[in-house]
Design a protein around this ligand. Sequence first.
Ligand SMILES: Cc1ncc(COP(=O)(O)O)c(C=O)c1O
Length: 435
Amino acid sequence: MSNDIFEKCNKFTVARDIQALGVYPYFKRVESAQGPVVLIEGKKRIVACSNNYLGLADHPKVIEGSVAAAKKYGTSCTGSRFLNGTNDLHEKVERKFAKFVGKESSILFTTGHHSNLGAISSLVGKNDVVITDKLDHASIIDGCRLSLGEMLRFRHNDMADLERQLAKCKDKAALIVVDGIFSMEGDIANLPEISKLAKKYGARVFVDEAHSLGVLGKNGKGTGEHFNLEPEVDVLMATASKSMASIGGFIASSEEVINYIKHTARPLIFTASLPPACVGAIDVALDILQDEPERRAKLWANTKKMKEGFHSMGFDTRESESPIIPITVGEDMIAFKMCSMLFDECVFTSPVVSPAVPEGQAIIRTSYMATHTDEHLEFILDKFEKVSKELGIISGGTTRKSSKTMLNKKRKFSFSDTDFAAATKKWLKRLWFTK
Ligand SMILES: Cc1ncc(COP(=O)(O)O)c(C=O)c1O
C-alpha cells in the first residue's frame, strides 16, 4: 500500500472516463452573461438549469449597482467582516434584508454555503442536537459536520420520522434545519407540521430559503410567507446567488441570535467579506425583487407551462411544487447521455444521479426563470421530446396516467460497464455525502 497522499488522485479516472464517453456534463464554459440564453462553445443555448429565477443576473440596473459600488469602495474589502472588511454598504443591505423578511436583524456572509456553515456550527454547541431532512443541501450537512453537536436526520419531508428524531433528544436543545424548496426535487418543506413539532418538543426551526426567496409567497419572502407562518421560522437563511443575482448569504433572526452568530461563526470571522461589487448588486436586486412582483407571476406562469408540457409527454416530475422541475429518466448513464444530447440540441440542463437521488431514479434537473419567453420554453419541450424519443425513454404523446414516468423498457441506449458505473457512484457519493 502506498503512503503517498496523491495516490488517490493518480487513481481518479472516472471524470476522464465520462469525458471519453462524450457525455461529461460538468464545468461547461459559459462565454456570456447568465440569461435565459447563454453562449457555450460559440453557440447559443437555452438555459434550463439556472437558479436565476427572477432573471436579474444580467439586469442593467443590477449591473449598474455593482459597477457603482466597485467604483466607490474598490474591488475588495481585503479582510474579514470581523476586522477591517465591513463597510456601510454591507450594513445597509443587512438592514434592508432583515426588514424585507420581517426579522430584527441579519448578517451577510461571503457565500450561501458559508452562511449555513457559520450559523449552524455556531448555534449547535457540544451538547446540542441538529436535525436535518435527508435531502437538505450539502452546505447544511457541512454546517452540521463543523458543529460540535449531535446530528440526526429524518426521511425526506416525513413528519413521523421527524417526530421520532425529536423524541430521541427531547432533553437536549435542538435545531431543525430544512430547505424551504428542496434544491433537486423542487418540493416544499412541510413547515406547518415542522413548526407544530418544534413547539411540542421545544426545538427551533431554521429554514434555508436559497431557492424560495423571491419565489415563494405573495411578496417573495419565502416559505414562511407561503404558509403564512413567518414568525415560526426562527432562523431564515437565504443565498444571494439565485434570485438576488449576486453571491453572498444572509442569516436573519432576532437581534440576540445574530449578535451571537456574528461573534462566534468561524466561516464569517475567518474569511474575507463580500466584495463591494457583489453587495451593490444585492442592494439593487432586493429593490427589484420587491418592486416588480410581475416577475414572480411570470416565473410561476412559466413553471405551470413547463409542468403541463412535461406531463403531457408522459414524464414524472416527482413532487415538484416550484420552478425546479426534476424530470425522471431512470439510470444514471441515461441522465448523462440525455443531457449531452440536449446540449447538442442547444438546451443546457444538469443531470442528477445517485446517491443524490435514489438508484434508478436519475433526473434531469430543470429550472425556470421569469425571463424565459414562450418561445424558449417551447424550444426546451420540443428538444426534450425529440431526444427522449431518440433514446427510447418515452413512447411519447401519451397523457400522464400515473406518478411514474412511462419509461420505455426497450431503451435504445444502454451502458453495461458496471465497474465504471460503480466508480461514478463512489465519486459522487463522496461528493454528496448523503447516504
Ligand atoms: C439549498 C441551498 N442552500 C445553500 C446553497 C449555497 O449557496 P451558495 O451557492 O450561494 O453558496 C445552495 C446552493 O446551491 C443551495 O441550493
